[in-house]
Design a protein around this ligand. Structure first.
Ligand code: SF4
Length: 359
């Protein structure tokens, strides 16, 4: 690695593992069905649409699908919420997703089942510290992952999701720009290797993906030689390097549907298995190993904050109108600039692909 490409590492102060906890709800069958029916009626009564992330509980994904809502990764959730005519968006996911929805559609009411549902990447990247870090590199273009607060997005030149990060950085690199990336160091490291861009990285990580272990994955591969390895790039390099496919949740889901293999080992949050089983019921799906599957909740492959979304708190916010998301208008206005760069880039890229096809 050249000196210019040296990775700048910074330690966030928060101890995520101690803060993380799981509150996945357990419901009797009768209560589950009653809540599902109640939520369906409330969504209709209130002209509301449910948008859920792939990592949320299967019941929420089922509800979104059955009520004309949407289940996807964060880029597509943002697009869908922006384009849907409903006056209320109910975002089942983590805090930054609700904030992003509000920034993109300030005229709509945005509700979330649980306001405490956050993300280790967001917690580990306080806006004031990140801004001071950016000030040290005034000649760098600031590109941040979507898993950040509105204030961090407002400090950035670009916001990207994992589905478009490599393409955006490649584009900037081809224009001769140097990149300051935050907050996920593993994703940043992957993008740097893919694009060859000169990048300095903030030292953040996802507590779920960081638990995947290269050595244990090697052993599991040896036990399942027919399986392909699917890896989200928030995982450590030792895991990414063993992947047959590296990409966003949507890309990994597509791989299960389209690739000709009987089995897949999946290194991302296990909430994705609901959609993968739906899409490819005949495929054998295995979770990539984490450090201690029988140890603490923070070493299993499920996000403790995504697990805070449930049927009870979803019904509650629809009944009470509580947990509405507000973003400071000045911050939102600035964050919208960097978010729109991503959405415009994505739209232009799709139209170029279609244009080629037509020609
Ligand atoms: S899975 Fe990781 S990146 Fe996604 S919300 Fe949870 S902590 Fe954040």
């Amino acid at each position: 690695m050249s000196e210019a490409q040296a990775i700048e590492l910074r330690r966030p102060a928060a101890n995520f593992r101690e803060e993380a906890f799981s509150s996945a709800e357990e419901l009797a069958q009768g209560e589950r069905e009653a809540l599902m029916d109640r939520i369906k009626s409330l969504l209709k009564e209130q002209n509301a649409v449910l948008v859920a992330h792939y990592y949320t509980a299967a019941d929420l994904q089922i509800l979104a699908d059955e009520t004309g809502g949407y289940v996807s990764d964060s880029l597509d959730m943002a697009r869908f919420g922006k384009e849907h005519p409903a006056q209320t968006l109910v975002v089942a996911g983590v805090r930054f997703m609700g904030e992003t929805a509000k920034i993109l559609t300030p005229e709509k009411r945005v509700l979330m089942p649980e306001l405490e549902a956050t993300c280790s990447l967001d917690i580990g990247c306080p806006a004031d510290e990140f801004s001071a870090f950016c000030d040290q590199y005034p000649d760098h273009t600031v590109v941040v992952y979507a898993n950040t607060s509105a204030a961090v997005k407002a400090r950035a030149d670009w916001v990207v999701t994992s589905s478009i990060a490599v393409d955006v950085v490649k584009h900037l690199h081809e224009r001769g720009e140097k990149i300051l990336w935050g907050p996920d160091k593993h994703l940043g490291d992957y993008i740097r290797r893919e694009t060859g861009a000169e990048m300095v990285l903030w030292d953040g990580s996802c507590i779920v993906h960081e638990e995947f272990k290269g050595l244990e994955l090697e052993k599991l591969r040896a036990e399942h030689p027919d399986a392909l390895i699917l890896v989200h790039p928030e995982s450590p390099r030792a895991v990414v390097e063993q992947a047959d496919v590296v990409g966003s949740t949507s890309k990994l889901l597509q791989a299960v549907q389209t690739m000709d293999a009987p089995a897949f080992i999946v290194a991302t949050d296990n909430g994705i298995f609901h959609k993968m089983r739906q899409a490819a019921p005949d495929k054998h799906l295995l979770e990539a190993p984490t450090a201690g599957r029988s140890a603490t909740c923070s070493s299993c492959a499920h996000c403790p904050w995504m697990a805070m979304n449930g049927l009870r708190n979803l019904a509650h916010v629809l009944e009470t109108g509580s947990n509405e998301i507000f973003v400071d208008p000045a911050i939102a206005e600035q964050a919208l600039v960097s978010l729109n760069r991503m959405l415009d880039f994505s739209a232009a890229r799709n139209s170029v692909v279609l244009g080629r096809g037509d020609a």
